[in-house]
Design a protein around this ligand. Sequence first.
Ligand code: FAD
Ligand code: SF4
Length: 470
Amino acid sequence: MANFNMSLKKNEMPMQDPVLRGKNFDEVALGYTKEQAYSEALRCLNCKNPVCVKGCPVNIDIPGFITEIKNGNLNGAYAIISKTSSLPAICGRVCPQETQCEQKCVRGIKGEPVAIGRLERYVADNASVEISTLPEKNGHKVAVVGSGPSGLTYAGDLIKLGYDVTVFEAFHLEGGVLTYGIPEFRLPKRIVKSEVEKLERLGVKFERNTVVGKTVLIKELFEDGYEAVFVGSGAGLPNFMNIPGEALKGVYSANEFLTRSNLMKAYKDGSATPIMKGGKVVVVGGGNVAMDAARTALRLGAEKVTIVYRRSMNELPARKEEVENAIEEGIEFNLLTNPVEIIGYVNPSDPRDTKNGFVKQIKCVKMELSDPDENGRRRPVVIKGSEFTMDANVVIMAIGTSPNPLIKQTTKGLEVNRWGGIIVNDNGKTSLDGVYAGGDAVTGASTVISAMGAGKIAAKATHEYIQSKN
Ligand code: FAD
Ligand code: SF4
C-alpha cells in the first residue's frame, strides 16, 4: 500500500513571532523545512481525477509536482509547475489557494486540504533550475506595456519562442503591484527582482521610466517595428468614497500609502520619502489591499490600527491567512461599519496652528446585512441613528481601484467597458489588430494568477497572429 500521511491537519507553516513581526518588515511566513514539505506531500492522495487542478486558474499538474517532492526531485517538481506557471515563488506566497486549488482538494472534505500553495513555494524556493538554451531569434519584435505579472508572463512566454521582447514600464522598478503594492513582509522584493533578472538573462529588455501614452504612443511602437503590443497596465487608479473630508492631510489611498512605503522605501530609517507614521490609523476596506495597508501602518509605528469594513467577517474578501495574521498582530476590526465623513482639526483662534487641516476623527454609521437578494447576496444597509465617531490621525482608503484611462485616451479605436476595462475576446485580443491586453487592465483589480493566466493566453494568440501574417 502506498505510504500516505492521513493527518487531517496541514503541516503548520513556521512563522515569525506576532509580537516581533509587528515591528519589522521581514517576511512573516518562513517556508516549510524539507521534513515538513515531505510530510505534507504525503498527505496528497495522487487522485486519478485531481479536482484540485480544476481549481487552479492555470491548471498546474498539482499531483504531478507533489509526487516529485515525495521522490525528492525538486527540479522535476519545478519543471512541472513551470510548464504552466511562470512565477511559482510568487504564486506560492500570494495566491488565494483557499478559494482555488485547495478549496477543491478532496482532503478538504474531511479535515484540511493539502497545503498546495506552501508546497509550491517550497519547490520554487529550493529548486535550482534555469532555462539555458533558447530557440533561435525569429526576427519578430513585440512590445509589452507594464511589468506586472501579466506583462512578465507574456514577455517570458514570447522570449522562449524566439521573439525580441521589450517591456515598457512607467516606474523605475519592475514588478507592478508585486513591487509597489504587496509589502516586503508578504513578498520579499528579492524574489520579484530575481524573476525579472531571469527574464533579462533570457533576453527580455526593460525600458523603465517610460509611460506609454505619454513618453511613447502605441501607434509609435508599431511605427518602430513592433508587430504586436500587449497592454498589461493594471488597475492603479484608486477609488474614493466621495465623502466630505477626503482631501484632508493624512488621508491616503492605499495605493499611495503602499507605494510610498514599498517602492519609495519610506519604511527605511533615514528615507527622504514622507509618510505619516504613528498615531491612530483607520483603514477602510476588507480586501488584501486593506490588510496590507493596515499591517504596513502597524510596522511603521502606529499606536492603533483599525479596519473599518461595511460587511461582516464572513464576507471579508482578503485571503484568510492574511486576516488571521492581521488579527494576531493586533489589528482591530470594526465590522458592519461604514464611514460617512472625515473630520479635520480646526483651531479658529490660530490659523497658523500646524495641526489645522489634518485628520482628527472619522464619522461612521453601523450597518446590517439585508436578506439575500435574487443573487443570494446580502447587501449592507445603514442602521438609522447609529452614527458615531472614532479618533484618527491617518485614514487609508482601500476600497478598490480602476484601470488608468491614459492608454484608452491616447489609443484611437481601443474599446473599453464602462469601468474603463479594456475589452478583449477569449484570446486577449482588443478591438485593434495586433493589440492584446490582460490582467487588471481588463478585469479591474483581480489576482496575480489570473493576470498571469491572461498573459499566457495573449502570448499564445500573439504568436499565432504573427506567424499567420508571415
Ligand atoms: P499590475 O501588477 O498592476 O502591473 C501593471 C504595471 O503597468 C505597473 O508596473 C504599472 O506601473 C505599469 N503601467 C501602468 N500604466 C502604464 C503605462 N501607461 N506605461 C507603462 N507602464 C504602465 N493578488 C493576489 O493574487 N494575491 C494577493 O495577495 C494580492 N495582494 C494584493 C495586495 C495589494 C496591495 C494590491 C494592490 C493588489 C493585490 N493583489 C493580490 C492583486 C494583484 O497584485 C493584481 O491583480 C496583479 O498584480 C495584476 O497584475 P497586472 O499585470 O494586471 O498589473
Ligand atoms: Fe492531492 Fe488534493 Fe489534488 Fe487529490 S485533490 S491530487 S489529494 S492535492
